[in-house]
Design a protein around this ligand. Structure first.
Ligand SMILES: [Zn+2]
Length: 242
C-alpha cells in the first residue's frame, strides 16, 4: 500500500510525545517562497475532517486553524500547517518543499482513507535530526486506569496533572503550578525531583544524556516494562498459591 508521509504533527504540552516542537524549527524564508509554500499547503484536498479544530502551538491567538487533514497524494498535513509557515516561519523538510515549489505542480491522486495510510516515521526522524524533538524515550501517556494508580502512590506531592510516565525508571512528568514541569521519581529514596520552567528546558533527542540509567534491582521495574504492567504486577496479591 502506498502510504502518505505525515507533515506538521506537533508536540503537545498536555500529551507529550516525541513529536517536534515548531518553536525549534523557525527560520526566516524569502517572502515569495513562503507565500508559494503556504499556497501549496492550502490547496491540498481534504482527506479527513475532525470535530475539534487544531490550535496554534505558538499560542498566537489564531483560532481558525481548521479541522481537516489535507493531502497532495504523497504527503498529508493538518489544515493549519500553512499558518505555521506563513505566520511563524516554520521550516518543513526539503524534499517536501522542493515538490511544493516545483513547476508544473506534481500530478495529484487522492488516496482512500484507510487504516495505516499515514506514515509519521519520516516526519519524526526529520524532527529529531533537526534537534526539535523532546527526549521522551520510554515515556508514555498514562491510561486513565494507570493514572489512578499513580495518583494513589504519588500522594500529597503538589501537581496539576500527570503528563507522562516511564515504567522502566518509575519516573513521572508532572505539570506543576506556574506552567513548569517536574521529573519525579516515584520511589522511596529516589532521586530528588528535577524542575523545568517549561518544555523549552527539557532535553532534546540528540542531546548528551543527562540522566543516569536505572540500575536493575530486584523488585524494581526492568527497562522496557510499561508503567501499567508494572503496577498490575505489583498490585497482585503475592501469596495466593496453596
Ligand atoms: Zn500561530
Amino acid at each position: 500500500m502506498k502510504r502518505l508521509e505525515v507533515l506538521g504533527w506537533w508536540f503537545n504540552e498536555q500529551a507529550p510525545t516525541e513529536l517536534p516542537r515548531p518553536q525549534l524549527l523557525v527560520a526566516p524564508a524569502a517572502p515569495e517562497r513562503r507565500a508559494a509554500l503556504a499556497a501549496f499547503l492550502r490547496a491540498g484536498v481534504a482527506l479527513v475532517r475532525y470535530p475539534e479544530p487544531s490550535f496554534c502551538r505558538f499560542a498566537c491567538g489564531e483560532e481558525d486553524m481548521g479541522r481537516a487533514d489535507l493531502t497532495d497524494g504523497r504527503f498529508v498535513w493538518p489544515e493549519g500547517l500553512a499558518h505555521y509557515v506563513e505566520r511563524h516561519d516554520v521550516r518543513l523538510p526539503d524534499h517536501f518543499v522542493e515538490r511544493a515549489l516545483a513547476q508544473p505542480l506534481p500530478p495529484f491522486a487522492l488516496p482512500k482513507a484507510k487504516f495505516g495510510l499515514y506514515d509519521a516515521g519520516p516526519w519524526i526522524a526529520w524532527g529529531k535530526a533537526q534537534r526539535a524533538c523532546p527526549d521522551l524515550g520510554g515515556f508514555e501517556i498514562p491510561t486513565l486506569d494507570v493514572l489512578d494508580r499513580i495518583a494513589e502512590d504519588l500522594g500529597p506531592v503538589p501537581h496539576e496533572a500527570i503528563l507522562a510516565c516511564r515504567g522502566s525508571t518509575r519516573e513521572l512528568i508532572l505539570a506543576i503550578a506556574g506552567g513548569g514541569i517536574e521529573l519525579h521519581q516515584l520511589k522511596a529514596g529516589g532521586r530528588p525531583p528535577q524542575r523545568f520552567a517549561g518544555w523549552h528546558e527539557w532535553p532534546l533527542c540528540g542531546d548528551a544524556p543527562q540522566r543516569s540509567a536505572p540500575s536493575p534491582m530486584s523488585g524494581k521495574p526492568k527497562p522496557g516494562v510499561p508503567m501499567g504492567e508494572f503496577f498490575a504486577r505489583r498490585k497482585q496479591p503475592r501469596d495466593e498459591r496453596p
